[in-house]
Design a protein around this ligand. Structure first.
Ligand SMILES: Cc1cc2nc3c(=O)[nH]c(=O)nc-3n(C[C@H](O)[C@H](O)[C@H](O)COP(=O)(O)OP(=O)(O)OC[C@H]3O[C@@H](n4cnc5c(N)ncnc54)[C@H](O)[C@@H]3O)c2cc1C
Length: 480
């Protein structure tokens, strides 16, 4: 028989110090949702089942004991660190879940400037790690816009990616070793080595699991020399997205690795750049050792010069823009108030595809959203992460909420828009999630996303979380 809320809280209180267990209703509400339900939460409406408690954890051993207990009693676990999730991964989908908050695990364990590694506990904010590294002339090369808030456990759990990814890669390219706790209490550690061929790469069972297979407790990432003095900035305006995709492809295919390679459509560009003149904007940054940065920059200039519709803008404008790109958490309250006052809200959905399909994905999604969704006030997007074989597309959309209650926002607008983007991307052979994670709201398409390889994914769930206590509804449909 399922334990009552009171029994669960009593049991956890017997296991861990009192001050680590929070049952205050306001905190429980805050921990029942993430930014996917932004419109509800700014109206103080909480539609998800409230967790029984938020448990602040301080070690892998505590997490191990807690998960064993939860596994024995079928209690849903929602791992959490920085709380910046955008896709419902933090929603407590079932009654009496326990939110396991790893943010107190915030020790930087070691920085090894000889083997070029940094080892941190899961609750270390990326910004804190970067600050420490830069004192030693080092960097992780990881720079997601959520850097001020996101913590290392969540960044690895969501397969996050940063603005410098074209050079440094996504977090999956940075993680060297990792420690995690599985729902049966097993604490596992993958050692730090530059490469090995001793069987499959088991890091990838853990990276990107979104708390649906295990709890990440410690991470070791690569570090790089930090040499911002060599950065070169390039910006252009263009008439067409197709030309922009062609230029991005040419730069990648010719073998150049700028750290930043971004293409904005006219609507999105207008929101970011005063100089855009209603056109598309293309941006590059080259970095690294001086000779590499300069050679990369010169090659970019030469490639773009072959496209006569491109027009160069001053480097200074791109540098200024880049230096103010990160999200400013101090503006959150202001933003919430503006949404409340205007009844106008914006979200994003990010997907990826090969060079041969990405422009079609872009066109079809924009066309269908304009045709099918009412009250859109802004619709556009950008490509911000390019690869040898293709790129991503990050759709940005705002709409007015007309004649509906706050709790109807998701079904009236957000789901239908997500559905169009996901459907069109999967139909074209792309991936429905480029970097925010599946969360709970792209789970309905997970089998379409994986096709016959879903067998491998669901077997992982059956093997590592047979009782399905890990973050119910995230990645894996609840009927599985
Ligand atoms: C303004 C803004 C900008 C953003 N920019 C980017 C960006 O540039 N690039 C990008 O990739 N993402 C971005 N994101 C999304 C988000 O910040 C990232 O996905 C980030 O990785 C989440 O880290 P977190 O510590 O906040 O994790 P949380 O929000 O706490 O959790 C995220 C997910 O991971 C799981 N999880 C958390 N900790 C653990 C753990 N220790 N073990 C197992 N599972 C865990 C949670 O259950 C949840 O499913 C942005 C979000 C915001 C709000």
């Amino acid at each position: 028989m399922a334990l009552t809320r009171e029994q669960i809280v009593n049991d956890v209180q017997a296991m861990l110090p009192q001050e680590q267990i929070i049952t205050d209703e306001a905190v429980l509400k805050e921990n029942s949702a993430d930014r996917f339900r932004k419109f509800e939460t700014i109206h103080d409406i909480y539609t998800q089942p409230l967790p029984a408690a938020v448990v602040k954890v301080t070690s892998a051993e505590e997490i191990s004991r807690l998960l064993q207990y939860m596994n024995d009693h079928n209690i849903n676990a929602v791992p959490r660190t920085g709380g910046s999730a955008t896709e419902g991964g933090l929603e407590t989908a079932v009654e009496n879940s326990l939110v396991i908050d790893g943010s107190p695990m915030n020790d930087i364990v070691s920085i090894d400037s000889y083997d070029m590694l940094a080892t941190v506990k899961c609750g270390v904010p990326l910004e804190d790690l970067e600050t420490e590294l830069r004192k030693q002339g080092l960097t992780t090369g990881h720079s997601p816009q959520s850097k001020p808030l996101a913590q290392m456990g969540g960044l690895v759990a969501t397969r996050s990616i940063g603005q410098l990814s074209t050079l440094y890669g996504g977090i999956e390219d940075m993680v060297v070793g990792v420690e995690a706790v599985f729902p049966n209490g097993e604490i596992t550690k993958i050692k730090n080595i530059p490469r090995r061929a001793a069987g499959p790469d088991i890091r990838h069972v853990i990276i990107g699991n979104e708390g649906a297979l295990c709890y990440i407790t410690e991470v070791t990432v690569k570090v790089f020399q930090y040499q911002p003095e060599h950065n070169q900035y390039y910006g252009y305006v263009l008439d067409n997205m197709k030309t922009g995709f062609d230029i991005l492809r040419e730069v990648m295919v010719q073998g150049y690795r700028p750290s930043v390679a971004r293409l904005y459509d006219p609507e999105d560009a207008a929101d970011h750049f005063d100089f855009s003149q209603g056109k598309c904007v293309l941006i590059f940054m080259a970095e690294g050792p001086q000779r590499i940065a300069e050679a990369t920059g010169q090659a970019i200039e030469a490639i773009v010069a072959q496209y006569s519709e491109s027009e160069r803008v001053e480097s200074r404008l791109i540098q200024e823009w880049f230096e103010n790109l990160n999200w400013d958490p101090s503006k959150v309250e202001e933003e919430r108030q503006a949404i409340k006052d205007s009844n106008n809200i914006g979200f994003t959905t990010e997907v990826s595809g090969s060079w041969s399909v990405i422009h079609d994905i872009y066109e079809r999604c924009i066309t269908r959203i304009r045709e099918e969704i009412p009250h859109i006030t802004m619709l556009g997007g950008h490509s911000s992460h390019s690869y040898l074989n293709g790129t991503n597309m990050y759709f940005v959309y705002y709409y007015d909420l007309v004649d509906i209650k706050p709790e109807e926002e998701i079904t009236a607008y957000h789901y239908p828009i997500n559905k169009i983007i996901v459907e069109e991307t999967i139909k074209a052979g792309g991936s429905m999630v480029h970097h925010h994670g599946v969360g709970k709201h792209r789970t309905p398409w997970i089998k379409d996303e994986y096709g016959s390889s879903y067998y491998i994914l669901e077997t992982l769930k059956k093997a590592f979380d047979p009782k399905c206590i890990m973050n119910k509804g995230t990645i894996f449909p609840t009927d599985d």
